[in-house]
Design a protein around this ligand. Structure first.
Ligand SMILES: NC(=O)c1ccc[n+]([C@@H]2O[C@H](COP(=O)([O-])OP(=O)(O)OC[C@H]3O[C@@H](n4cnc5c(N)ncnc54)[C@H](OP(=O)(O)O)[C@@H]3O)[C@@H](O)[C@H]2O)c1
Length: 351
């Protein structure tokens, strides 16, 4: 039997994804909303195992293959929502290889994302996060496509933050603040300014020149701030997209009722938000399971998780937009699955 295999060169995938995003502005957000609705039903029983499953033994074998003497497994390797990762323990800077497998019966999609995550070297043109998504035919396991996972990661993460913001931000939000000026800062800016009407956008970054470059390269006015406190002060919606390992956002600075999307600090001992903010906010997460094993902000603060975002999308938990809210995002493999399938189907249809 002839096997149909397509490879999407990264530039083509990028162009196609941008095309899709520009033709249907909410398409990525819609795909992620769809994934959240189906996969985040609460702990354990709420998940639809038929729609979303990972074969444990298989992923163990994959990970075992990746582990050499200098690399070690840093997270459970067969966790449904977020896969597993290995890290190079002999190196002083963080170096991770993550495996994120997921299957969606509803979308008829089976993927795994391989993502490397290295500390960004000063002046290097190599991005800190590089990803590839393999899309398989769930009927026979054949590889159908290899997609640029970096673009999908940037866009799906921002799309999920946008969904959280739509549900959790205060009424009449006027000021958007972005802390960080890397890849995720750009993708968040794009979707947030497309979906919402903020009167002012502010940015702060550790290296000010990058914030200045950001402000001059995006399509719209952005105020560059000299400190995180200046940027955050009075902001209605705050996005933290840094590789910080200690808090860069303090509860003291945050306007009561603001909504925060905390996107960085994806290791159990890394922080972006301080204890005061974590404990005095209503905490939403993409996955309880992931937050309790991977998020330093959640684990080290001891903050109580109020709901998964999927529960709010489904209407089984309230959004509480009048309160100060934090959405702790860690990213879920199924977000990559629906986004990759969406790109592949659109490309196959010649759109
Ligand atoms: N939740 C999810 O689904 C998801 C998905 C992808 C990525 N992420 C996370 O989002 C974050 C941003 O990713 P990215 O792709 O945008 O990375 P990136 O392009 O490498 O940008 C990193 C940003 O973090 C800043 N930064 C680095 N170390 C810092 C520190 N110690 N204190 C304050 N700022 C610091 C950098 O500032 P300089 O310009 O000064 O270097 C830069 O603005 C990362 O933590 C990443 O792991 C989350």
């Amino acid at each position: 039997m002839a096997v149909r295999r397509k490879t999407l060169p990264s530039r083509r995938a990028l162009r196609r994804f941008d095309f899709l995003a520009s033709e249907c502005p909410n398409s990525t957000a819609r795909a992620c909303n769809h994934a959240l609705r189906r996969t985040c039903g609460g702990e354990g029983k709420g998940r639809d195992e038929r729609n979303y499953s990972v074969r444990k033994g298989h992923w163990h074998r994959v990970t075992d293959y990746l582990v050499s003497s200098r690399w070690t497994v840093t997270a459970p390797v067969a966790v449904g929502s977020h896969g597993g990762s290995v890290s190079n323990t002999s190196h002083s800077l963080p170096r991770y290889l993550g495996v994120m497998p997921a299957y969606s019966a509803v979308d008829d999609a089976l993927t795994t994302k391989l993502v490397t995550f290295y500390e960004h070297m000063k002046d290097s043109s190599v991005p800190s996060h590089q990803a590839t998504i393999l899309l398989f035919d769930p009927r026979n396991g054949s590889l159908k496509a290899i997609l640029d996972g970096s673009v999908i990661t940037a866009k799906r993460t921002a799309a999920v933050s946008a969904i959280a913001t739509k549900l959790l931000m205060p009424a009449f939000a006027e000021v958007l603040c972005i802390l960080g000026a890397g890849v995720q800062a750009y993708s968040h800016y794009d979707i947030f300014t497309e979906l919402f009407s903020f009167k002012e956008v502010r940015i702060w970054n550790r290296t000010k020149e990058k914030a200045v470059k950001f402000a001059s390269s995006v399509n719209g006015p952005v105020r560059v701030c000299s400190s995180a406190q200046e940027a955050v002060s009075g902001a209605d919606v705050i996005i933290t997209v840094t590789m910080a390992t200690t808090p860069i956002l303090l509860g003291d600075w945050v306007k009561p009722g603001a909504h925060i999307n905390a996107v960085g600090a994806s290791r159990p001992d890394w922080r972006e938000l301080d204890d005061e903010l974590m404990k005095n906010s209503i905490l939403f997460v993409d996955s309880r399971e992931a937050a309790l094993t991977e998020s330093g902000d959640v684990i080290l603060s001891g903050a109580e998780i109020f709901a998964e975002l999927g529960e709010v999308v489904k209407g089984t938990k309230p959004a509480l937009p009048e309160k100060t809210t934090v959405f702790k995002s860690l990213g879920m493999a199924v977000e990559d699955t629906v986004a990759a399938k969406f790109v592949y189907d659109s490309w196959s249809a010649g759109n």
